[in-house]
Design a protein around this ligand. Sequence first.
Ligand SMILES: *Cc1c(COP(=O)(O)O)cnc(C)c1O
Length: 238
Amino acid sequence: MSVCENYQAIEEKVSEACKKAGRDREEVTLIAVSKTKPLSMIEELLPLGVRDFGENKVQELTGKEEILSQKDIPEPEVRWHMIGHLQRNKVKYLVDKVSMIHSVDSLRLAEEISREAGKKGVCVPVLIEVNVAEEESKFGVHMEKTEALIREIAKLPGIQVKGLMTIAPYVENPEENRQVFRNLRNLSVDIKGKSIDNVTMDVLSMGMTGDYQVAIEEGATHVRVGTGIFGERDYSLK
Ligand SMILES: *Cc1c(COP(=O)(O)O)cnc(C)c1O
């Protein structure tokens, strides 16, 4: 199947999941995770109106952004989502290129984003990455520390907390992650209820190729699908 056919198949399943959950299709953004994949594959999707792309490396995101920004692409503009672990020394290359950073998990990183955003005169929407399942191998802040971190970040200029993100464990059966998604949703509702200034909590970025339908049923507003759209990634080429 072509990239477009794959995308359309996923799109149909996203619509189905929305319907099943009694949600409007417009409530969910399908992010095409294009990491390791060539620009030509991204360009295949543009005629379908796809504009949300996810990358996990700063250099790859900014490289693709630079090339695409020079091309004549019909409105709306391409939106780049930084979904991978972000090092502070690379923030400066990213802040004015990215539509949202999904992976903020420390005050020091947020401070750097705030500082670089100030220099460029932009305001950066961010999500707090939460390690819901408390997997040792994963980045992200633990659930019980999330509110305190958000309260600190909320004081910084040039950065706005829009919600939460999680990377659920790899599982065979997506149902096994339902509770992870539910826990993130509950945390989000809880924090939203605190009405913290400069914090909106309207975004829930959760669900990948293996489990995005369950994530949508549990309230995801952004799902991040790579393999399902672009095929398996081959890291041996890098
Ligand atoms: C690679 C990646 C994805 C996409 O994963 P697939 O299983 O290929 O859909 C989603 N989120 C993050 C943070 C990723 O790094």
